[in-house]
Design a protein around this ligand. Structure first.
Ligand SMILES: NC(=O)c1ccc[n+]([C@@H]2O[C@H](COP(=O)([O-])OP(=O)(O)OC[C@H]3O[C@@H](n4cnc5c(N)ncnc54)[C@H](OP(=O)(O)O)[C@@H]3O)[C@@H](O)[C@H]2O)c1
Length: 203
């Protein structure tokens, strides 16, 4: 079952190139730090584990009830997004050094997080893109599209075999209950993947 959940979310961030790092520094390196917005989302839970497997320092946002969940995945720093606006919390935390990368894994982008990002995100290279709908951030912003490849999935399978990445399953539904599975996803509260078993005998 876990293997089924891997391709869907993990390929969204198929490797560390996808932390939005610039072309000249495509890889998140050991010792660098990344802030992952939404560590308890299906995508975020892979992002935490991949960054940790890389040896990075990982800061994460989630609601308080999911702190243990994201810490068990390897999060070093935790910010509860329900307590105060995240950009205010990050400015108050004054990370030193500032984060090398910021990975958006919620999707409902709060413009303030990006507009204020020069206060907690390192300036790595010339700003290429300042999306006006985000208020014109002073840091580069990159939308990620991933084309899955056999090579990427094999690399993921290896990380899973080595125990460095765990696929997380929120819930499992039978094929007849597919609509209930969608309802669970639409709550926006799932932690890990919601699985629909097409073959009832699948393990
Ligand atoms: N899953 C995929 O295969 C996939 C593929 C491509 C793109 N994406 C994109 O990736 C993003 C995440 O999708 P997903 O499927 O991974 O999400 P998801 O698993 O459905 O997200 C649910 C989680 O989001 C957390 N959450 C809700 N609002 C939050 C906020 N404001 N800040 C931090 N955490 C929050 C909830 O935790 P609380 O209950 O604690 O709030 C819950 O654990 C979306 O933009 C989606 O379109 C996903």
């Amino acid at each position: 079952m876990s293997r089924i959940t891997l391709p869907a979310s993990s390929r969204t961030i198929k490797d560390d190139r996808d932390y939005g790092l610039p072309p000249r520094q495509r890889r998140l390196e050991a010792g660098q730090s990344v802030f992952i917005n939404g560590g308890s989302t299906a995508v975020g839970s892979f992002a935490i584990q991949l960054a940790k497997a890389k040896g990075a320092h990982v800061a994460v946002s989630a609601s308080g009830k999911n702190e243990e969940y994201v810490r068990n995945l390897g999060a070093d720093e935790f910010f509860d997004y329900t307590k105060a606006p995240l950009h205010e919390q990050l400015i108050a935390a004054n990370p030193n050094p500032k984060y090398h990368a910021f990975f958006e894994a919620v999707g409902t982008a709060d413009p303030a997080l990006f507009v204020e990002s020069d206060r907690y995100l390192k300036f790595l290279w010339k700003v290429l893109l300042q999306p006006s709908w985000l208020g014109g951030t002073k840091r580069t912003w990159k939308l990620i599209f991933v084309v899955p490849t056999k090579k990427d999935l094999e690399a993921f399978a290896k990380l899973v075999e080595e125990g460095k990445v765990k696929p997380l399953i929120d819930s499992v539904f039978s094929f007849e209950d597919t609509l209930k599975a969608y309802e669970r996803i639409k709550t926006g509260r799932a932690t890990g993947k919601v699985v629909v078993k097409v073959d009832p005998t699948a393990e």
